[in-house]
Design a protein around this ligand. Structure first.
Ligand SMILES: NC(=O)c1ccc[n+]([C@@H]2O[C@H](COP(=O)([O-])OP(=O)(O)OC[C@H]3O[C@@H](n4cnc5c(N)ncnc54)[C@H](O)[C@@H]3O)[C@@H](O)[C@H]2O)c1
Length: 296
């Protein structure tokens, strides 16, 4: 039974995953080796029941589930996983929140390789329902099912992948869209505002309710086979990061956090807070709709 959770890294993802579990009354230890003060302030501002620690052993020695949210570099993740070898409880499950590394890369050579999986949350993790779960052929039977059930009980929507593939599902779909969006921008077809409007006022509204296969079924597969047959040859199939993005980076424009990217921002906190507020409203609406649809 999973009751004690250790989250490693109190950054963007680690903090919101710790918050999610704490709000569902799990015992949560949050390990942060560097930015302790910032995490301490947020915990007290939000009155969360999270035990913040700076020692790895203290965080994991009692944990049934360890969720790793350290920075996305092997130079940090690998030594951290090796350190866990002597600290973990016998049956503890380790889940990585990595966005890009394959599970095979992370598990390679670890004595607990059959107990490590990927649980890929989405930012903000306490709000977005989707969590992608990935195991390997030698993952202990039942681990993914236990995690999926645990997540479902917290109102999450876990999706278990049958194979370990870079980017899992959501980031592959997202990257494919971003490649084409940048192609349209760079070729002067439309500006960032127009392209964003096509998604937020059109495609995205349908996607909040139905996935691509449901939409294909609704439109008719005979129609969609023609659409894809005509359009696929015209789509961008580049393999480098988009030039427009690289150009922004070269000018020090990293997006909201630097005050500008594709758009300019006056206040970082405001831009992030606004998105969070709108997301909460959208999720509340969708919950309300689902309850009405189900006649609750
Ligand atoms: N940001 C996102 O939208 C997002 C979404 C899904 C998954 N992820 C993945 O989640 C992980 C964390 O990303 P993030 O955006 O929260 O990063 P972040 O940089 O905001 O936070 C990382 C935290 O880990 C701490 N840290 C550094 N070394 C550590 C160590 N040895 N052990 C434990 N903690 C350590 C850092 O001090 C920092 O507080 C990455 O693997 C990333 O790819 C990120």
């Amino acid at each position: 039974m999973i009751t004690h959770i250790a989250v490693l890294g109190a950054g963007t993802m680690g903090f919101s995953i710790a918050k999610l579990f704490a709000e569902h009354h799990y015992s949560v230890a949050l390990y942060e080796p560097f930015s302790l003060q910032a995490a301490r302030e947020r915990i007290s501002q939000e009155a969360l029941s999270i035990h913040l620690v700076s020692e790895l052993e203290e965080a994991v020695s009692n944990a049934d589930l360890v969720i790793e949210c350290a920075p996305e570099t092997m130079e940090i993740k690998q030594p951290l996983y090796r350190q866990l070898t002597t600290l973990l409880k016998q049956e503890a499950i380790v889940a990585s929140n990595t966005s890009t590394f394959s599970l095979q890369q992370l598990a390679d050579g670890l004595p607990y390789a059959d107990r490590i999986v990927i649980a890929h949350f989405f930012n903000p993790a306490h709000l977005i329902p989707l969590v992608e779960l990935v195991g390997l052929a030698n993952t202990r039977p039942g681990i993914l099912e236990v995690l999926a059930e645990l997540l479902r009980q917290m109102g999450k929507a876990p999706v278990v992948l049958s194979k370990d593939i870079p980017g899992f599902i959501a980031n592959r779909l997202q990257a494919a869209l971003l490649r084409e969006a940048n192609f349209l921008l760079e070729n002067g077809i439309a500006g960032a505002e127009e392209i964003d409007s096509v998604v937020s006022n059109g495609l995205g509204l349908r996607w909040a309710l139905r996935g691509p296969f449901q939409i294909a079924d609704l439109g008719g597969l005979d129609i969609w086979s023609k659409v894809t047959g005509h359009l696929f040859p015209a789509l961008n199939n580049g393999t480098e990061p988009p030039a427009s993005m690289i150009n922004h980076i070269a000018r020090g424009e990293l997006g909201v956090k630097s005050g500008g990217g594709y758009y300019t921002y006056s206040q970082q906190e405001h831009a992030n807070g606004q998105m969070m507020k709108e997301l909460q409203q959208l999720l509340a609406y969708m919950k309300h709709k689902e309850e009405n649809d189900n006649g609750i």
